[in-house]
Design a binder for this molecule. Structure first.
Ligand code: F0G
Length: 461
């Protein structure tokens, strides 16, 4: 197939108008929002790259499915559709629907982390909510990704891989009884959306089996990860994404899923697994936290959307477009000499704010300052992943400075065209040209927890 003939594999049959505000309006809006982009009204955002979560455009097939929503409290047909989609795409026997991904995490950890004494959950890299749920259960989250993941420009096809030596070393040092489960996050969001190889998934699974530790996958972006395996891993070029996805999950005892990403849905999630006894246990917590086990916090119509989305997301023409669009944005920025995290991952491009704004020390929040500057320039909303997000060290009270100061430009699925990406590139380039003028920020209000969501700032003089 000729590459140049491949356009977006869909046509658009409904549109939502976008309005580009004026620079003066954005100046005022920023002031009103305390220079916190979470506090902007979304109508005032031209291109919204805050997250790829819950922001997908549904297909006609998904919208049609909504009409088939069977809103029964128990045993709705849509639950059965969801169950068969999970079985078909992932291979798991049992599924417990939840209102979103973190609710599945809550149920899983509540069930498996019982001994409050000294417990560790091992992951390549925990996503924030996963980390918070682990801590909430009194366990310690431990990230065992290979060191290369922390180097912003080291190119590696599978930068999300777990360090299996570290994993086995940790299990031997602490003892099996202190490790209720091991997880792999695919793709590795906190590491820049970097994929994990099948060889690594297999190796982690083998170690878990050897020690009798349950192994779960955080599957939010499983189809994007499977596509990277097909494109990059030896021996998988001839396999379909569906086959690869099935193989991935065949090595795990279960998964937590945020259907807001690779479920192509605006809300929803689930916990899926194979063990009947464990399914009985998680149901108990599911009823308490989410709802009856056949709806678990979701409407019938939303379960239908997820069931259909799980099949659609494995389509290779879609994934070629999806991953291609993220790579396109990354390549254009690199061409313009913009410092980004390399290689580009599956769902987002990350600007490297330390190299972008070298004149701003970390206590002036270069990531936040860059996100604000990009909104002011082009009405584009990204999100700071840096010192503001990291918060303070609970013992010293100092900012918990992370290695990387980043602005994540996460691309919603099937929402924007390549022309929108060109507009993003143009705005980033213009900010880069004027980068010396970008001022640092200081807090005018700093909430005690999860400060990034509601903090307010002012620019330094
Ligand atoms: N795991 C990963 C890897 C995630 O990226 C997220 C959400 C979750 C779990 C939690 O799922 O939001 O449905 O409860 N990530 C979003 C993001 C919020 O913007 O990256 P949820």
């Amino acid at each position: 197939m000729k590459q140049e003939y491949l356009a977006e594999p869909f046509r658009i049959k409904m549109v939502e108008p976008l309005v580009l505000t004026t620079r003066e309006e954005r100046e005022r809006l920023l002031q009103e929002a305390g220079y916190n982009l979470f506090l902007l009204p979304s109508e005032a955002v031209y291109i919204d790259l805050l997250t790829d979560s819950g922001t997908a455009a549904m297909s006609d097939n998904q919208w049609a499915g909504m009409m088939l929503g069977d809103e029964a409290y128990a045993g709705s047909r849509n639950f059965h559709h969801l169950q068969s989609a999970v079985k078909e795409v992932m291979g798991f026997e049992y599924v417990l629907p939840t209102h979103q991904g973190r609710a599945a995490e809550n149920i899983l950890f509540t069930t498996l982390v019982q001994n409050q004494k000294e417990q560790y959950i091992l992951n390549n890299m925990h996503f924030d909510t996963t980390k918070a749920h682990v801590q909430h259960k009194g366990a310690k989250p431990v990230d065992l990704v290979r060191d290369i993941a922390f180097d912003p420009v080291a190119r590696d096809p599978f930068k999300g891989n777990m360090d299996t030596e570290k994993l086995e070393g940790f299990i031997q040092e602490k003892g099996v009884e202190k490790i209720p489960l091991v997880m792999l996050t695919i793709t590795c969001n906190s590491g820049g959306g970097q994929p994990v190889s099948l060889a690594n998934i297999k190796a982690v699974s083998a170690i878990c089996k050897k020690y009798g530790i349950p192994f779960f996958i955080d599957a939010c972006r499983f189809a994007e990860n499977a596509y990277f395996i097909q494109q990059r891993e030896e021996g998988y070029a001839g396999k379909s994404v569906s086959e690869i996805a099935k193989e991935i999950f065949s090595y795990a005892d279960g998964c937590t899923m945020s259907a807001k990403k690779d479920g192509l849905a605006n809300i929803g999630g689930f916990l899926a697994l194979n063990d009947e006894e464990l399914y009985r246990q998680v149901q108990v917590w599911g009823v308490l936290f989410e709802g009856f086990p056949t709806y678990g916090g979701m409407a019938g119509r939303d379960m239908e959307v997820v069931a259909r989305g799980l099949r659609e997301v494995c389509r290779e023409d879609y994934l070629r477009y999806r991953i291609g669009q993220v790579q396109y944005l990354g390549a254009k920025l690199l061409e313009a000499g913009i410092p980004i995290i390399e290689p580009v991952g599956g769902h987002a491009v990350y600007l490297d704010a330390k190299r972008f704004l070298p004149h701003l020390p970390q206590d002036q929040f270069p990531g936040q300052a860059l996100a604000v500057a990009l909104y002011l320039e082009g009405g584009i909303r990204g999100v700071e992943i840096g010192t503001v997000l990291a918060g303070r060290d609970p013992e010293t009270g100092e900012h918990d400075y992370p290695n990387l100061e980043m602005v994540r430009l996460a691309i919603p699925r099937r929402v924007y065209t390549h022309r929108h990406m060109d507009a993003v590139v143009a705005a980033v380039k213009n900010v880069y040209q004027k980068r010396e003028q970008v001022k640092g920020l200081r807090f005018t209000y700093e909430p005690p927890v999860l400060r990034h969501f509601t903090a307010r700032f002012e620019p330094l003089g």
